[in-house]
Design a protein around this ligand. Structure first.
Ligand SMILES: [Zn+2]
Length: 328
């Protein structure tokens, strides 16, 4: 994994030109035809490397002229230093530090370098991967009307785990996509596949990026509108989180093998034998099951994740109606 990552980063560095941005692991392309600026994020979590080969392929196509793009697009590799260590992050989760007073850490400094780029984005697509296997790719971000149109038009997956537009992911922290949404613009997170190379992330990322490029140019050229492009694609399935189980103690452990989108019944035991019992309080699909590594002595590696798992379920109505008037 590390050798492949080193190779892909070298390929990125060989072609990438950061343009006006202060962070070097950026490629900036200006087609000169229109100013609409698409920003693509890769490896905001260091070990979610699967989108990098797609990012490199698209940059190589743009640089060699194999792919024409009239608008502006920037790609960034968020946390390769953590990726090279096989880690999600080194000191702080990079996807929590896009605030005015970031921590004095590797990720805090990286977030500050990336903010000018996010300030200039007209739409931001952040490419992530899940820790455990997943039965579906999925979008995950709060509902916003233009974000819905983008997500549906890109058709990268049919699943969107969404929530009320007014809810921050966590208080006292800010995600990259949330930073862009706070500017009133689409900030879209797409979970491609399980983390790593070769799990399907590359293909899905390539499709999402190239569709986003084509859509930006088509909308700028007036051959379609974002809304028309969205309505040409099937409607998404909207899911909401109905339960979050806090990672309340070191003693908790999930039963082996839970995957993202695994169906569970109300009352089903989700804990491992011999650990405090965790029963699903309602039926639905498991999301983000956590199996943190153990350290010597049997405890978990710190910091513990906030949740050990959550359950999602299809929303009872379309978010346009459910969240009517709350859009931002
Ligand atoms: Zn991630």
């Amino acid at each position: 994994m590390r050798d492949m990552l080193i190779d892909w980063l070298a390929r990125f560095d060989a072609v990438a030109r950061p343009g006006p941005w202060p962070y070097p692991r950026v490629h900036h392309h200006e087609g000169g035809g229109h100013p609409f600026h698409l920003v693509i994020g890769s490896m905001v979590h260091g070990d979610e490397v699967g989108s990098l080969p797609a990012v490199v392929r698209v940059i190589e196509e743009l640089v060699t002229g194999q792919r024409l793009h009239a608008g502006t697009v920037s790609f960034f590799v968020g946390n390769p230093e953590a990726g090279l260590q096989g880690q999600r992050f080194l000191e702080d989760d990079l996807n929590r530090v896009f605030m005015d007073d970031p921590p004095a850490s590797h990720e805090g400094r990286r977030g500050a370098l990336l903010r000018p780029l996010l300030d200039a984005a007209d739409v931001f697509l952040d490419l992530h991967q899940t820790i455990e296997p997943t039965q579906h790719a999925f979008y995950i971000f709060p509902f916003q009307t233009h974000g819905w149109h983008w997500a549906r038009a890109l058709a990268s997956t049919s699943m969107w785990v969404t929530r009320h537009p007014g809810t921050a992911f966590t208080t006292g922290a800010k995600c990259a996509d949330e930073y862009v949404r706070d500017r009133g613009l689409p900030g879209i997170t797409l979970e491609l596949s399980q983390k790593g190379f070769g799990n399907g992330g590359e293909e899905r990322a390539y499709q999402a990026i190239t569709r986003a490029l084509e859509l930006s140019d088509a909308v700028a050229a007036g051959t379609t509108t974002l809304e028309e492009a969205a309505m040409d694609r099937p409607e998404l399935t909207f899911l909401e989180t109905v339960h979050r189980e806090p990672f309340a103690s070191e003693d908790l452990a999930l039963r082996p093998g839970l995957q993202n989108f695994q169906e569970v019944a109300e009352g089903e035991v989700l804990s491992a034998p011999g650990t405090p019992e965790l029963r699903a309080p309602c039926g639905g699909w498991v999301l983000f099951p956590k199996y943190p590594p153990r350290v010597e002595g049997g405890g978990y590696k710190k910091p513990l994740p906030g949740e050990i798992y959550r359950i999602v379920r299809a929303m009872g109505g379309h978010p346009v109606e459910v969240f009517a008037g709350a859009d931002r």
